[in-house]
Design a protein around this ligand. Structure first.
Ligand code: PMV
Length: 308
């Protein structure tokens, strides 16, 4: 048996504007993970079992555009396998689905890693990242590539579309509380709606995206200098710009207000928006209080994570 894991992720700053070539900052969230186990099987075929999504199917019975099928088929193609082995592939995950925590990219990454290793040719991080990006494109239309990058390299990244990956140092660790609205985050839809707005008035939106880029650059300096408290006001400003982009929602705003009232230093949505998760910056001492306030305000789940 061969297995691989991949973590979740959050975007700290710069979602959406990143699609328009502005920088964004994303970090892995190690508390939530996907695990993929691959083993040889006596049963003919390639069977994929993912009980959390009620899946127990043979590869060929999955739709051609299914992300799991695509990832497995591409690994076989890259390895130029003449005959396909009989395998059982088991996927388990604690990453909430469609919540902006990178569940889809994490499944692809753990699957590509486990399968390529099981077949005796473990793919390099660069190969894993490229292949995951190819699969993300099938599902999200025009993703920036931030999800696959931060999850593959499992480090804080300063990401600019189509540019070499840049990781950076967190001088002093800081605490983020993540809260799930429980609503799905329709990333493809929010990205598509914003594109229409941008097409109708590119000058207006480019100015807003530039403002986001400026915030992201300031946030990176603050993180590298250990001035994490400065991130609070930057998060609030980023959220105000995301709201203008029409990607917030009443549910997200309700949780953001609850976090701020409970003492968070700043808060914003994270990822595609409209649903999914929000994040709040707190001192380590206040994290539990902010988490309880978020649950009381209707969050489905909270995660307290340390960025380091
Ligand atoms: O995959 P999500 O929902 O965490 O969000 C992706 C971030 C966006 O900037 C909205 C889209 C992208 O491709 O970068």
């Amino acid at each position: 048996m061969t297995f691989a894991t991949a973590s979740g992720k959050i975007i700290l700053f710069g979602e959406h504007a990143v699609v328009y070539n502005q920088p964004a900052i994303a970090v892995p969230v190690m508390q939530v993970q996907v695990k993929v186990e691959v083993q040889n099987s006596a049963r003919p075929g390639i069977w994929i079992v993912a009980s959390s999504i009620d899946l127990n199917s043979e590869l060929a019975s999955l739709a051609a555009e299914n992300a799991l099928r695509k990832a497995i088929t591409r690994v076989f193609e890259i390895l130029s396998l003449a005959t396909l082995p009989d395998l059982k592939i088991k996927i388990t995950s604690t990453i909430p689905v469609a919540a902006g925590l990178g569940s889809g990219a994490a499944v692809s990454i753990a699957l590509i890693r486990a399968l390529s290793a099981h077949l005796g040719h473990p793919f390099s991080d660069v190969m894993v990242n490229d292949l995951c990006f190819e699969i993300e494109k099938l599902h999200h239309g025009s993703p920036s590539g931030i999800d696959n990058t931060v999850i593959t390299f499992a480090k804080p990244v300063y990401f600019i579309k189509n540019q070499p990956i840049e990781t950076f140092q967190v001088k002093e660790s800081f605490t983020i509380v993540i809260a799930d609205t429980g609503l799905p985050a329709p990333t493809k839809e929010s990205v598509g709606d914003l594109k229409k707005l941008w097409e109708a008035d590119p000058d207006r939106w480019n100015k807003i995206f530039n403002q986001v880029g400026n915030l992201v650059r300031k946030a990176r300096v603050a993180i590298e200098n250990g001035q994490w408290r400065d991130l609070g006001p930057l998060m609030d400003l980023n959220q105000a710009l995301l709201k203008q982009m029409t990607v917030s929602s009443n549910e997200l705003e309700n949780l953001i207000a609850a976090a701020k009232n409970a003492g968070a230093l700043g808060a914003k949505l994270s990822g595609g928006g409209r649903g999914g998760n929000m994040i709040a910056l707190t001192s380590p001492a206040q994290a539990n209080q902010v988490s309880s306030a978020l649950l009381a305000a209707g969050a489905r789940q909270t995660i307290i994570t340390t960025i380091q």
